[in-house]
Design a protein around this ligand. Structure first.
Ligand SMILES: CCCCCCCC/C=C\CCCCCCCC(=O)SCCNC(=O)CCNC(=O)[C@H](O)C(C)(C)COP(=O)(O)OP(=O)(O)OC[C@H]1O[C@@H](n2cnc3c(N)ncnc32)[C@H](O)[C@@H]1OP(=O)(O)O
Length: 215
């Protein structure tokens, strides 16, 4: 299990009125004890789809299987605050399949340390990770570093990534994000992504602390 930030829990009734909530109902149980394995299978499927050249027959077979699986989920839709995908803090990237599946190593006011292994689903070109996934990783972990530092919720104003060398697939990388300085509501966050000693990318971002009720 990953170490996770100490996120305060609250009931839906004392929710922030804006788009983000200063507190949200985190969970280690929603979706059942096998939800993490379920997400793992979904992620493996995305990798395999990205890598596969299926026969026409197999495409038809998988299409029927997927239609059947989608039909099973139709009646179980819920909002973003209660879906396990995003609130399961015991799982990589809070169980959010949109995000690269990072594991938090340490998180607090001084910053966030995490590991990430990009896989075939994250392929950009010629074996390297897509730069958009690197930016996505930094946006989420940078936002987390900002939130934990100021104990409030932020939105990204700008996110600058310097791609210093190729980001590989299938290799565990170290990512670190920390608050450089805070000026009023402006939270300046820096970040690095390394493979061993090699710097793959750097982040320079500005997050703005949301006012109460601000979407
Ligand atoms: C107890 C709590 C514990 C918490 C623990 C939590 C754990 C956390 C867990 C999980 C974290 C998950 C993290 C997810 C992270 C993902 C975040 C995203 O991807 S957000 C989506 C993308 N971003 C948008 O869609 C924004 C769209 N833009 C806006 O909404 C506004 O423009 C906003 C909010 C950014 C600013 O608008 P304004 O009206 O609030 O503020 P104004 O007055 O415009 O700006 C404030 C200051 O910032 C500067 N500023 C604003 N934007 C700037 C920019 N792009 N460049 C430079 N300066 C900028 C301004 O010049 C101003 O500076 P001056 O105060 O005058 O000095």
């Amino acid at each position: 299990m990953s170490a996770q930030p100490d996120v305060e829990s609250s009931s839906a009734s004392d929710a922030h009125e804006g788009g983000f909530r200063p507190t949200f109902d985190v969970s280690t149980e929603r979706g059942g004890p096998n939800y993490g394995k379920f997400v793992g299978q979904v992620r493996e499927f995305m990798d395999r789809v990205r890598a596969a050249l299926p026969s026409a027959e197999l495409t038809d077979e998988l299409l029927a299987d997927l239609k059947s699986m989608n039909a099973k989920l139709v009646d179980f839709e819920t909002d973003e605050w209660t879906s396990p995908s995003g609130t399961r803090i015991d799982l990589p990237a809070r169980g959010n399949i949109t995000l690269p599946p990072y594991d938090i190593v340490d998180a607090g006011p001084d910053g966030v340390d995490a590991t990430i292994t990009f896989t075939r689903f994250n392929l950009g070109g010629n074996g390297a990770a897509h730069g958009g996934f690197v930016a996505l990783l930094f946006d989420d972990l940078g936002g987390m570093a900002a939130a934990l530092n100021i104990e409030g919720i932020c939105r990204t104003a700008y996110l600058k990534i310097d791609y210093r060398s190729l980001t590989p697939l299938n290799s565990e990388l170290a990512v670190r994000c920390w608050v450089d300085r805070v000026e009023g509501r402006k939270v300046y966050v820096r970040g690095t992504l390394h493979e061993g000693d090699r710097l793959c990318a750097e982040m320079d971002a500005l997050f703005i602390k949301l006012k109460p009720g601000q979407p």
